[in-house]
Design a binder for this molecule. Structure first.
Ligand SMILES: NC(=O)c1ccc[n+]([C@@H]2O[C@H](COP(=O)([O-])OP(=O)(O)OC[C@H]3O[C@@H](n4cnc5c(N)ncnc54)[C@H](O)[C@@H]3O)[C@@H](O)[C@H]2O)c1
Length: 432
């Protein structure tokens, strides 16, 4: 009966049903509405942005100009009381990520979290556990959007298909150096538009200094992420992107040990120069392997004099029994070892190549409305980030430590166990 009289009605070209149906919009909250947050504006504009939160009133106004229908907040804890929110995109400072992820997951909300998803082993494990409890209800994505580059697929195919023989070792590195002496000195009151105490959030208080806010849009994280109470330096920054290029080809699980060395320990600032090594357990297609992260001048040895790894700002070296594979985010090269002639390796036919992922942010939006499947969910990214955070613990105790990945405990150092988590200010529980 409802169709009576609709003869001649022209239906829109877009599908009326399924993930892309006009009626099937997601109600999204955006935390951090400037800087990295702006990179999400276009992707979010296909959905209903119902809430915006920023501790800086000018930045909040910037977001509100793009999404005028959204309610606005300075405190994400208040924002999460808004009942129509279905999904959260978070681009705030790193020391708030695990809190926001956990609080959102505890309310059964889908989450897209900029990397890193936490800044301690305990934080990352809590986020992963909360996700795993709800993996049949929510979609999560950690913000390592380079994962959608097709080079990631080609690298994975070469490693899996045996182009370098049996995989033995993998090393990732980054060359960014941002040395600092310590927290910045007190420099008067914060400007009236900045809710500085909310910016500090769960972390111990440090007095305001404009130096924490001096970076341009999308780069301001480089003004605070090297301080222990606000971030983990390059480990959680480019380390998360670059180790993702390695882990995507490893089918890895949590490490069994960690050791690290670098700049002398500074209780206020994370090390610039650092090398961390992990033993990763064997899986169905490879044996146990050593996995390493190098930064700030520490580098793996090159497999050959004429491959200058220092020319690659952020890269990965896979070493196998027959050859090695050197990769940047967009390039890759195969190099034979021990006179290998590559007859051991047959490239995949075109129709068996790993298909492109498509737009990374869109993958998460579609997953929220559909099968909940994403490439960098909080299980995959959580394990990788937990490994990196454990490396910082090993760095702090200054020796190799053994790890029980099921219990999430170091088995041979109580000092290391005390460094797995961090303390929070009153009112900021990790799992609220
Ligand atoms: N995926 C990537 O390629 C990429 C690139 C740049 C930054 N990032 C990540 O994005 C995040 C933000 O980086 P940025 O350079 O834009 O930093 P930023 O300091 O500019 O912060 C972004 C916005 O979040 C707001 N904010 C900070 N803490 C907040 C809080 N507790 N509640 C609400 N709003 C808050 C700031 O006022 C600002 O408007 C970082 O975690 C960083 O690691 C990722």
């Amino acid at each position: 009966m409802a169709l009576a009289g609709t003869a001649g009605l022209i239906l829109p070209k877009t599908s009326l049903f399924g993930a892309n149906a006009p009626s099937n919009k997601l109600n999204i909250a955006l935390i951090g509405t400037w800087g990295r947050g702006e990179a999400h504006f276009n992707g979010l504009s296909s959905e209903n942005v119902v809430a915006l939160c920023d501790v800086d009133e000018n930045h909040l106004a910037f977001g509100a100009r793009r999404f005028p229908g959204a309610k606005t907040y300075f405190d994400w804890r208040r924002m999460l009381e808004q009942k129509d929110i279905q999904a959260v995109v978070c681009c705030s400072a790193d020391h708030t990520h695990a809190h926001i992820a956990n609080w959102s997951l505890n309310r059964d909300l889908h989450v897209y979290m900029e990397k890193p998803i936490g800044i301690s082993v305990e934080e990352v494990r809590a986020v992963r556990a909360n996700y795993l409890k709800r993996r049949n209800k929510v979609a999560t994505q950690a913000g390592t959007q380079r994962h959608a580059l097709e080079n990631f697929n080609r690298v994975r195919e070469w490693v899996l298909d045996g182009a370098i023989g049996d995989l033995q070792e993998v090393s990732a590195w980054g060359n960014r150096k941002l040395p600092r002496d310590g927290y910045l000195p007190a420099a008067g009151d914060p400007p009236p538009h900045l809710h500085y105490d909310l910016w500090i959030g769960p972390s111990p208080f440090h007095p305001y200094n404009p130096g924490y806010f001096k970076g341009g849009p999308g780069m301001n994280c480089l003004s605070w992420n090297m301080y222990w109470d606000f971030g983990t330096g390059q480990v959680g920054d480019m380390g998360n992107h670059t180790m993702d290029l390695a882990w995507n080809a490893l089918d890895a699980d949590l490490p069994l040990s960690a050791e690290a060395a670098g700049d002398p320990f500074n209780p206020e600032v994370t090390p610039v120069k650092l090398a961390m090594h992990f033993d990763l357990p064997a899986n169905s297609w490879r044996g146990e392997i050593r996995c390493s992260w190098y930064q700030g001048g520490a580098m793996p040895d090159s497999p050959a004099k004429f491959i200058n790894l220092n020319e690659i700002d952020h890269g990965v070296l896979f070493e196998g029994s027959k050859g090695c594979l050197v990769a940047g985010f967009n390039q890759r090269l195969l190099y034979p070892l021990r006179n290998a002639d590559f007859t051991h390796y047959k490239p995949r036919p075109k129709d068996q190549l790993i298909p492109p992922l498509g737009d990374f942010q869109k993958q998460w939006i579609n997953a929220c409305k559909g099968d909940l499947q994403t490439a960098c969910n909080f299980d995959y990214n959580g394990k990788m980030t937990e490994m990196m955070m454990l490396g910082l613990v090993a760095y702090r105790v200054g020796r190799k430590i053994k790890y029980d990945p099921v219990a999430g405990r170091v088995t041979d150092s109580e000092e290391a166990n005390r460094l797995l988590g961090r303390k929070y200010r009153e009112g900021w529980p990790l799992n609220g």
